[in-house]
Structures are given as C-alpha cells and as structure tokens.
Design a protein around this ligand. Sequence first.
Ligand code: FE2
Length: 472
Amino acid sequence: MPRIYDFIEPAVLRHLLCQYSKTLNTAVLLFDERRNFLLSFPEDVSGQGVVIRPLYIRGSLVGHAAIPAPEERYLDYIVENLSIILERGYEIESLSSEVVRNYEEFAILWRLSARLGSVLDVEKACTAVADEIMNVCPSKAVSVLLADNISTVASFSHFQEPQSRAHSALTAQILSSVASVGEYAGQAAQLKLRADRGLVGRAFDKKETLTVCDVRDDKRFEGFPYPVTCLLIAPLIVEDSPIGAIVVSDKLSGEEFYSTDIKIISSIASEGAISVRKASFFSEIRTMLFGVAEAFSLAIEAKDPCTYGHSRRVAELSVKIARCMGIADDVIDWIRLAALLHDIGKIGTPEDILHKGEKLDPDEMTRVREHPLIGAKVIEPIKKLSEVAKWITCHHEKYDGSGYPMGISGDTIPLPSRIISIADIFDALTSDRPYKKSLTREDAVEVMREFVGEYFAPDLFVYFEKAIHTQQ
Ligand SMILES: [Fe+2]
C-alpha cells in the first residue's frame, strides 16, 4: 500500500502545511492511512477538536488531512490541493524509477554487446549470454540451448515453403545445452529437449517468453535432470525464426520472476541471438573454407598419389608448432589454410616431372621451383588471402638464404612460411617416395638437426621438436 512519504519528502510536507496554516490562519494536521498522527502546523495543536478527510492517489488511500472543527470550510480546498501535489509526486517517482530501470537495462545490454562484439565462437557467445543473465538475475541455473539445425534455420527459412518450414520445425529440431552456469550448471549442461513439446518447446514454437511459478502444477513440464520449481524460458530469435532458448530456473532470492526480469532477460535474449547466429555463421564459413582448401590440396595431390595426404599432414604439424609458439588462434587458422594450400602451385607442374622416380635435370628442377610463385598467383585474386599468398610464395625459402624463389633469409622470411617449411620437410622425410624410403620420425629429426642454422632457425627447431611430441 502506498504511503504519503513514498511520494513527497517530510520537509516539503511540513513546508506545505506551514503555507496552508499561514494563508488560512488555521492549524493543519496530517495523518497516515491508518489515522496515525504524522505532523501538524503549528506543532502544538492539542486540545482542539478536528474534522478529518481521507487523501487518495489514483484510488488508493494514502493518508488523512485534518483541521480544527470551526475552520472546516477550508478542508476541501486543502485536501484537493494536497491530492494534486501528491499525485505529481507519485508521477515523478514513477518516471524516475522507469528512467533508472531503463538506464540499468541499457547499461547491461551495452556491456553484453561490447563483450559479444568480437566473439566469433558459438560456445563463447552462449557463455557470455548465460553469465550476463546470471549477473542480472541470480538463479540456480541458466542454460542456453540451441537448435541442432541452427545453421539452416535462419539462412534458408525464407526460401522454404510454409508447409516445409512447419515440417522441418516438427521433425528434426532438438534443443541442446551449449552453455550453462549456476549451482546446477553440470546437470543443466545435459539438457537435450525436443523443440515441439514441453514448456521449452512451447516458448520456442510460439517465440514468446514464458514463466511458470511452479512447474509441478504444469503438465507441459518435460522434466529436467535437476530440481526446478520456478522457470523462465526466453526464445532466441533471428529474423523471426527461433534458433534456441534460454532457460532460467529458480531465483536465488526465492521470489518468482517479475515483469522486470522478463523484460531484461528477453532483451538479453534478443541481443544474444544475433551474436550466436553471427558466430555460428562464421563457424560454417570457416568449416567450408577449410573444406574447400583441403579438397583443392587433395585434387593437386591426386596428380601424384605418392604425396596423397601430404598437405593435410603439413597443416596439422604447422598448427601444432604454431600452438607451441603461443601464436593467436585466429592467426593459426590462416597458417593452417596456407599449409593446406602450400603446394597448390603444382597444378602448373607437368605430371611427368612430378612422377619422375629419379633425379630431375636442371630444366625440370626449374619447373618444380616455379610452384611457390604459381601457387601465390592462384591465391592472389582472393583479396582476403593476400597474406596467405605471400606465405605460400616463401615456403621453400631457407634460414641461410639458400632457398627459393627469392633467396631471402632469417626473419625476412615470414614466420608462417618458416613454420610450414619445417613441417613440409619433416613430412617429406617421413613419407615414402619413388626414389627413397621413408625415415622414422626420430631419424628424420636427427637428419634435420644437422641443418639447424642453415635451413631452420635454432629457436624454431626447438618449437618443432616440442610439437612433434605433442599429441594434440
Ligand atoms: Fe612445396
């Protein structure tokens, strides 16, 4: 129940009573909604009989005004005037609360947006969303579930006929937990729910946030692997298509979910859905890019069955070396791509040279040595891969400058090229060729050790040795 002091400061009220009293030349008294005395002007009005009237704000009793009986004619004016002032106080208080709530919501979304801005990993994006919800609404568990066909939901939904869209929504969609936080995070991580049934399915299908005060009273509840009473489910929606849902269970305060919780969690869900979709899209593009690069390398290697799988193995070892060196993940991705494509220039090398089982003559050697530059030319038209093209150009350069095609040395050879080069030589030594048998890994390392300072930089060789003994 609202009270007078909720809307107006006691000092302001005292000043008002003083003004009424001086203007009307009478005592004025104020009581609360239960007729308990609050204040008066003048302060001592004892011994006087008073008439009393209720004060309302928007239909709610908030207090009473009173005046000595002989001055009753002024009471209507005082009550009317005081009610207007209290009403304004109420409006200002409501507006202030709304402004504060909106500011807090804006600050939360701003923080989340800044955190998600550079996140291109689906799991990290989901974890950021779950963390933020736990932050604004501490609960027993917050879990972010994604549909298993998230990659096609938003991309192709507008190409589908309504009937087929409904069909795909009802057949294949399973919502699986991708990130969970809270006391029951471990159990929540096991959530795997059908998108066409249960409370989560309902929120997903209707694209509406749903709250349930006690799931025991709701037959739609699908059952979770952890104790739940109160539940809030907010769908993740992109371009009007649901891609997942956020499940929040039991606030730590023990209270139910209020409209303010629903509002902020729904806003976080909207912001989060876009980032999750963006990260998922990036992941698909990345997978596709590596798939295409691997297909290209296999196509080139098909010209020479003896080298089949060489580029994939060189890529794997290059990634291991780069990881040992502490190179950032996004740079490692590019190194892996360059390693997969490092011999793509052999597309221009005649097959009879590639298949020749004996020593190459000088002309043939010149043709083979063209492949780094041809490879770079193949890649160069793709602007985004201009750096990768440079690395491919230099993958046969040597630390002492005795390599090709430019004969550059030391640190002037791009580090990714040096990494790919050492992995390339190791794989060549440990693979069978028509003109030689493969060496064991240990023998290959010993052979290569003799060329430290000539072909390979000493520090790079240390990382190479660490990498070949690394499982992952
Ligand atoms: Fe090569």
